[in-house]
Each structure stands twice: as C-alpha cells, then as structure tokens.
Design a protein around this ligand. Structure first.
Ligand code: R5P
Length: 292
C-alpha cells in the first residue's frame, strides 16, 4: 500500500499514510509549462502496489491535477487505485436546478472514476452524487472528527443553520449527548441568506454555549447570520464548526467578528483546521477498499 498526496491535500495524505500503519508516502513533482498547462511526475515503486491517492478538488486546477495523477499512477503499474477526494468540488450542483444546467458533480465523477477502483469522499453535499458512480463510492463523515474536538470544549446546544443539516446535527447531538435545534434558512442569492428561529422547540438558549454546525463554510454568509440571530438570545458563547472550510474572501474574519471559536476539519487547508478526518478515511479504506 502506497499513499500519494496531491498538492491540494499533502498534509492530510501524510496523516492518512500514518493512520495506515506508516504506509510509504510520496508527493508528485509538479510544475507548469510556459503555456500554463500542468506537468507532473510520480515517484516511488508503484508497480503492483495498491495506491491511495488523496486530492481535494477545490479548484479546477486541483481537478486537472487529480486526473493527471490518476493516469500517472496507472502508467506506473499500480495494482488497485483508491481515489480519496476529501473535499469534492462542484458537489453543490448535484442536480439540474434550471433547464440547460449540467449536473456538475455527476459530470466530474464520471471522469474521476474511470481510472479508480473505488472513490472515497467526506461529507458529500448530496447522496445523489455518490449514487451516480459506477465504481464503488464511499463517504466518510466529518462528524466523528469534530465530535472528538468538541468533547474537549464547552457545548450545551448544537444548532444546524438549515433543515438540510438536520441529520448532521442529530448525529452530533447523539455522539455528544446534547440537545439540538435547526434554524430556518431562506437563500436570497449565492452570498446572502435570511435565517429565523424555528416556530417551536428552541428552548432557552440564554447563558448557553452554542455550537453551529455546517457541512461547508463558503462565503460565511450562513454562519454570520446564524451567529447574529443566536447572539440575540443572550447566549454565553458561540462557536462554528464545519467539515469543509473554504472561507472565501474575508469569510474567516467576518465569522471571527461574531463567533468566539471557529473549527474545521482538514479536508481543506485553512486557518480554522483543528480536527483531522485522517483516522476516519483510513478506517473506511481498510474496511471497504483494502480488504475487498
Ligand atoms: C448549504 O446547503 C450548505 O450546507 C452550507 O450552509 C452553505 O454552502 C454555506 O455557504 P455560505 O458559507 O456561502 O453561506
């Protein structure tokens, strides 16, 4: 078993290799040609090896690197190739919302899976995308990693900013044995949302340590509005936690202005990265892929 970390996921890939019993780990040599095209080369003895390739696809460049790495690893004679995409870009376009739109997540998945014996991701936005794969596709959860972190922090109530996050917040509430609520979210546009407290079941948030939980923090609009709304309930502290911390533009600073703590897993390199999904990815690989 050999682990290769693409440029977007080098640190996490190394952590996964450690979790896999210090499996040999390598990174590719990557450069750009003068015309902007990517060039890369993988080293190590991959002939006949099972290879785990770890690369998030936050940008289009990351995606091109992933596809080139898959091909390079096959060229090097790898036996089985398990492709781990901790943050799967384009996952939120999981259906055609308006006539003429692509199902972007499915479109990319088709190309990624061609060279893969299995695909592993973390907290995929929608189960529709995993279901569209023809190769075995698995989803690790970011919840256990965040739970390991929150067990060491003060938490009284968990909050999902929208109904879409209800299963996630319920699972966390079970792990931490804490109550939860879900806010009502209305998206105005890609950067603005309106949030309101649910009509019933809020309970008393006064003087409580509240943690808002989301799968992705992108522009930060959702978390900022949720934190402002919760702050009016005279809570003791507000923390925000997510699996995928994109923190576009000034999202990190805007959230830190309204929340006491900000936590993210390491599916993407970011300043709030405090919990690692490496053990969860490694366990899933061993359970579903390596032993299959
Ligand atoms: C939405 O369905 C997701 O769960 C997140 O709430 C959303 O993507 C966060 O985006 P933003 O940080 O831009 O509000």
């Amino acid at each position: 078993m050999y682990v290769i970390g693409g440029t977007a996921s080098t640190a996490l890939a190394e952590r996964v290799s450690r979790e896999l019993g210090n499996a040999p780990f390598g990174i590719p040599f990557v450069k750009r040609f003068p015309d902007g095209e990517l060039y890369l080369r993988v080293g190590g003895r991959l002939n006949g090896e099972d290879v785990v390739l770890v690369q998030s696809t936050r940008t289009d460049r990351d995606l091109i690197e992933l596809l080139l790495l898959e091909d390079a690893i096959r060229e090097a004679g790898a036996s089985r190739l398990f492709v781990v995409i901790p943050y799967f870009g384009y996952a939120r376009q999981d259906r055609s919302f308006f006539p003429g739109e692509p199902v972007s997540a499915r479109a990319l998945g088709k190309h990624i899976e061609v060279e893969a014996d299995a695909v592993v991701t973390v907290d995929m936005h929608s189960p529709l995308t995993l279901a569209s794969f023809h190769q075995p596709a698995f989803e690790a959860s970011g919840i256990p990693a965040i739970a390991r972190l929150l067990r060491e922090r003060p938490v009284d109530v968990l909050v999902s900013p929208d109904k879409g996050g209800l299963d996630r917040v319920k699972r966390m509430a079970q792990l931490l044995e804490k109550p939860y609520i879900s806010l009502e979210k209305k998206r105005i546009d890609s950067e603005h949302v309106e949030l309101s407290l649910p009509a019933s079941g809020v309970g008393d948030l006064e003087d409580k340590h509240v943690v808002i939980l989301d799968d992705v923090i992108s522009t930060g609009g959702t978390i900022v509005e949720a934190a402002k709304l919760i702050k009016r309930q005279r809570v003791r502290s507000i923390s925000a936690a997510c699996t995928h911390g994109l923190f576009l533009k000034d999202a990190f600073e805007r959230i830190k202005a309204v929340a006491d703590e900000l936590y993210s897993t390491d599916t993407l390199d970011n300043p709030a990265e405090k919990a690692s999904v490496a053990p969860d990815i490694a366990q899933l690989l061993v359970r579903e892929c390596v032993k299959a």
